[in-house]
Design a protein around this ligand. Sequence first.
Ligand code: HEM
Length: 196
Amino acid sequence: MLLHPEVQKKAQEEIDRVIRRDRLPELSDHGSLTYLQCVMDETMRWQPVLPIGIPHQTTADDTYRGMHIPKGAIIVANSRGLTWDETKFHDPRSFKPERFLPKPDGAGEVPSPNTVYGWGRRICAGRFLADNSVWIAMARILAVFSITPLKDAEGHLMKPDVKFTTEMTRHVKPFKCDILPRDEKARLLIINASLD
Ligand code: HEM
C-alpha cells in the first residue's frame, strides 16, 4: 500500500462503493470485492510466502522431459519462478493487481493458487483458512485505515525502504509508516468494532 498508493485508493473506492461505509466488511462480501481479490492474488503472486515451496521426495523412479528422476530424489519446486513466468504474466516483477481483471478493464491473466499453496497430496492444509484470514484482514484494514509513508522534517513523504527476509518463508522486514483512521466515520467504526 505504501509503494502503490493508487492501488490503496482504488481498493478503498471499491470497498466504499460496495459496503457503503456503515459497517465493516464481512466474509460474506468476499465475492463482491473483485479488485480487492486482485490485490490479494497479486500480493501472493508478486512475493510468494514460500518462494521455493517445501521440498518433496519422489516415491518412485520418474521421467520428466526425458530426464530420469530416481526414487528418493529431493524435488524443489521453483514457485516464484512460476509466479514470475513471463509467458503467463506480463511484466511479472511489477505489482499490478489489474493484470487479473477481465479484459478490457485488465489483462485477463489468471492467478494460479497452486504456485502459492503447493501441489498434490501435500498441498497446504490451511489454504482456505489462510485465504479467508488474509482477505478479511485486508478488507477491514483498508475499509477504515489509511496507510501512508512517514514525513521528513520538511513534511515530504519518505518512500519506504522495503526489504524482504531470505529464509524459507519470505516476508517484509519491519518498516515504519503511518496507519491512521481514514476519517471520523472510520474512527467510529473502529471504536464500535472494538466494543463488540
Ligand atoms: C498465506 C498463508 C499460507 C501460505 C502461502 C501457505 C503455503 C504453504 C505451502 C507452499 C505449503 C507446502 C505445500 C507442498 O508441500 O507442496 C504448505 C504446507 C502446509 N500448510 Fe500452509 N500456507 C499458508 C497458511 C497456512 C495456515 C494458516 C495453515 C494452518 C492453519 C497452514 C497449514 C499447512 C500445513 C499443515 C502444511 C503441510 C501439509 C502437508 O505436508 O501435508 N498453512 N503451506
